[in-house]
Design a protein around this ligand. Structure first.
Ligand code: ADE
Ligand code: ZN
Ligand code: ZN
Length: 260
């Protein structure tokens, strides 16, 4: 009996709470998207970006938007990492978060980067944010329901340890794969020029809707409290890889348009 109580307590302590949530692909996911974007940049864009970032790579700056979260000064950007909508409502018809969401956030970044009157400091800041948000835009649980905070309150286990559905997609699956972001980028799918063009077609809202096609399936992929293991990765890691790649390819499209 005592042992059972201790085990239950340990399980409870292990359970990830929202207070320690970091709402984004983990560092490896974001860096993979940044690295893949670099593989699709024009020479001109590469040069201009290099100058702004003083040689830091897109992979390196991709985690900046998460790093600043511990500083209250940047609280107003918190809601820019995601958007919540019910399944049966389009973005256009949905109630908008007055604090902004991932769509308005990306639009703001693009606007600052395209403007002749923005300061270099602002351009650097919003470029780093943009790299991050294009990653988040491709995580199905960043386009989730408000009532469960994009899966953050849906508790499950990952190889016996407490986590939640959001975090399984942000980082548990990627970490379990034990590849660096360079290895993940170098092992991305071989795509034809036509396939790349097709992925880059459309608007940021179209791209969000593309990710959203996966959201319902992702919600349906687990039962609350379920212990997810190899089988879950086997079924879903390919989707994660494709999403990281689409994020990179689309980020490059935006950057090539901005830095013409
Ligand atoms: N991270 C924190 N809150 C979130 C939400 N409501 N949806 C998606 N990701 C989140
Ligand atoms: Zn994020
Ligand atoms: Zn997240």
């Amino acid at each position: 009996m005592k042992v059972t109580i201790i085990l239950l307590l340990l399980g409870f302590l292990n359970t990830t709470s929202l207070s320690e949530a970091e709402p984004a692909w983990g560092p490896t996911g974001h860096r993979t998207t940044g690295k893949i974007a670099e593989m699709h940049l024009t020479k001109r864009a590469k040069k201009k970006i290099n100058k702004l970032l003083k040689g830091e790579s897109l992979a390196f700056v991709s985690t900046f938007a998460d790093q600043i979260k511990s500083d209250r000064k940047y609280d107003k950007y918190y809601t820019w990492h995601y958007v919540n909508m019910p399944f049966d409502v389009s973005y256009e018809d949905s109630d908008k978060n007055p604090k902004g969401d991932i769509i308005t956030g990306i639009q703001k970044c693009v606007e600052v980067l395209k403007s002749d009157t923005s300061s270099t400091e602002d351009k650097v800041f919003f470029l780093k944010m943009l790299v991050h948000f294009l990653g988040d835009l491709h995580q199905p649980m960043h386009i989730g329901r408000a009532e469960d905070k994009g899966g953050n309150t849906i508790q499950v286990q990952w190889f016996g340890r407490g986590t939640n559905l959001h975090r399984v997609w942000d980082e548990n699956m990627i970490q379990e794969w034990k590849m660096s972001y360079i290895e993940l980028a170098n092992n991305a799918k071989d795509l034809t020029k036509e396939q790349i063009k097709a992925i880059q077609k459309g608007s940021v809202i179209d791209w969000m809707n593309d990710t959203r096609k996966l959201t319902r399936k992702t919600y349906e992929s687990v039962k609350v409290g379920e212990n997810l293991r190899y089988r879950y990765s086997y079924d879903h890691f390919d989707t994660v890889r494709i999403q990281l790649q689409k994020g990179g390819i689309r980020l490059a499209k935006l950057l090539n348009d901005i830095f013409k």
